[in-house]
Every structure is written in C-alpha cells, then in structure tokens.
Design a protein around this ligand. Structure first.
Ligand code: MG
Length: 130
C-alpha cells in the first residue's frame, strides 16, 4: 500500500502532465507559492486554528512536492537521490539524534551543527582542489 506521500507524488505527476496550468509552472513560480503557503501556516498557528493549520500544512506539502516534480522534469533532479541526500545530511549533522553523541543543551546542538557543517564545507573545498 502506498503512503500518502506516494499518492501525492503520483497525483502531482498526473497534474503536471494533464493540467494546462501546471504544465506551465516553473520552480520559480512554485517557490513563490511555497512562501505564500508558509505565511498561511504561520497565520493558522497564530490563530490557534488546528483545522486550518491541517489544511495549510497540506497546501505547503503539496507545493513542495510540486517543486520537486518540476525539478525532476526541468532540471533532471532525481527525487530519490534528493531524499537520500537529506537523510544522510541529517544523520551526519545530528549525531546526538541519529548517532551516539549526547547533547541536551540547545546552544550546544547549534554549535555542533555549525561545526559539522563547516567541516563538511572544508572537506568539499579540499576535494575540489585535488
Ligand atoms: Mg493555503
């Protein structure tokens, strides 16, 4: 059985193929939509309206999936690779969650995240320079 996200991905593929409006959308137009939906999420939180928040989270997720699918179509992005990428990044950058490190202080989580991020950047530069 498909997850709800899997159903949304299939629906989005169909929409981009069959809907004249959706066919014309780009990453740029859809990122604007994401910004609008993100604002609506904040408004729903501020109103304390759980029903509206549920709706707006769905809208935001839908638009994020649309950007992903348009990126596949227009820019050759492999969505599975993108998902794998963020999974690995979170595992690397939050070893206190997904590994053996013990950190309970918020400031320390931020410091450690930035430290790992800087080490990754340095490693990338090193790899580029030979
Ligand atoms: Mg909305």
């Amino acid at each position: 059985m498909k997850t709800k996200i899997g159903v949304m991905l299939d629906m989005m593929e169909k929409q981009i193929e069959k809907c004249p409006w959706a066919k014309k959308q780009s990453v740029r137009t859809q990122v604007e939509e994401i910004c609008n939906e993100a604002k609506e999420v904040v408004e729903a939180v501020e109103k304390g309206d759980k029903e509206n928040l549920t709706e707006e989270i769905g809208d935001l997720l839908w638009d994020a999936i649309m950007v992903a699918k348009i990126s596949e179509r227009d820019h050759g992005i492999d969505l599975k690779a993108a998902a794998q990428n963020i999974i690995e990044k979170m595992e690397r950058r939050k070893p206190w969650v997904y590994g053996d490190e013990v950190i309970t202080d918020i400031e320390e989580t931020i410091r450690r995240w930035n430290e790992i991020k800087a080490m990754e950047k340095q490693k990338k530069v090193g790899e580029k320079n030979g």
